[in-house]
Design a protein around this ligand. Sequence first.
Ligand SMILES: CC(C)(COP(=O)(O)OP(=O)(O)OC[C@H]1O[C@@H](n2cnc3c(N)ncnc32)[C@H](O)[C@@H]1OP(=O)(O)O)[C@@H](O)C(=O)NCCC(=O)NCCS
Length: 432
Amino acid sequence: MSLKDVLREKIEAHRSRTKTLVTKHGDVKVGEVTIAQAIGGARGVRCLVTDVSYLDPEEGIRFRGKTIPEVMSELPKPKGKDYPYVEGFWYFLQTGEIPTQAQALEVVEDFKARSPVPQYVFDILRAMPRDSHPMVMFSAAIVAMQRESKFAKFYHEAYDRRTAWEYMYEDAADILAKLPVIAAYIYRMKYQGDTPIASDPDLDLGGNFARMMGIDSPYDDVARMYFILHSDHESGNASAHTTHLVASTLSDAYYALSAGINALAGPLHGLANEEVLRWIQDVYDKLGGKIPTKEDLTKFLWDTLNSGKVIPGYGHAVLRKTDPRYTSQREYCLKHLPDDDLFKVVSSIYEVAPDILREQGKAKNPWPNVDAQSGVIQWHYGIKEYDFYTVLFGVGRAIGVLTNITWDRGLGYAIERPKSVTTAMLEEVAGV
Ligand SMILES: CC(C)(COP(=O)(O)OP(=O)(O)OC[C@H]1O[C@@H](n2cnc3c(N)ncnc32)[C@H](O)[C@@H]1OP(=O)(O)O)[C@@H](O)C(=O)NCCC(=O)NCCS
């Protein structure tokens, strides 16, 4: 059975569960909202539903019920490689089933057919100022392709809510297959003297991305690992929630993903991975190029906090332990680049930052998140232009959010519209 046939069965079987919950148990409470939550970014308010991933505060992320090590070991991999096919992971995230090698390869072939990017996208990218942020280019390229949307056409010509997810899926797969091409094009155009490299039809998504970036093996495995690790982190994080919110208006995947990418570009979200490198670079500059010792780092961390800034790559809205996505990348570094200077600095930060954050007493989670480690690996393989790192995050994040909006459509989730109150109303409720 093809991915889409499996998905059809799963979505149709799932619909009755959602319907029963809404029609028979719709009044059951799942939580309460406090004033602190209403003002404080809705932290912990349970008002989103997704089965694609779940973030346990102590354990970290599970994709479709599986931990990161389980995903990495159970999914099919290209011959001789350590990390799974991104295409097989897409199959898994969409359907919840581990694909066979043959099923993963079917998606590899399907994505190849979907991957050509319309020429006008390159023309648009070329017309933008070369110093535009790569996230601006990435987001613009995605929204520019909206004219290709099969969902938008279907909506205007023959809309039927029961089959709407199929068109959403088509758009989602079309976009995801093109994103590595767009990202690599931006990189080669902007930072490598405008020397784009054509894709190779014999390679999978990860292999092809490495090729189009112009970076040798094992960067293909880095790409596979990186995209999978960054794919999904529940529905409430800013990029996932934005994508879901925009899609809930019956906007198509092009509009929705472009909006989610814009959310990812914020310094408190995806941009943190470039902030980490910028911050470390700043330490080097202040020390005249010397590799910082733990004492240097301790001083620099305190200076950062005392100047009112956050320690990039540390803390999390939900997690209360070291992020397993950090651990997974750290394991890669221990195996492949144990002597890398930057890795050593990042490891030293890991040794001092949690205690400093605890002593400062503000951050609820003093442990590192995914962004504390990501840049080191990219830097090691020659991607030193750290403003590009968030684009890499964006390619990965697309896998998760595009899966979510496919299911949103399949289960007929409503347009989002939480209720606002005024400050005076809160004061009245609080008896101020
Ligand atoms: C991720 C993040 C935005 C979560 O924010 P949050 O849910 O509000 O986190 P908390 O509830 O722990 O915040 C409580 C306080 O601790 C501070 N804090 C949290 N993480 C901090 C950090 N890494 N460095 C310094 N202060 C931090 C917050 O700014 C907040 O201060 P305030 O009360 O003066 O506003 C926050 O930890 C952060 O800014 N981290 C650095 C950026 C980063 O790595 N982002 C990537 C996340 S995947």
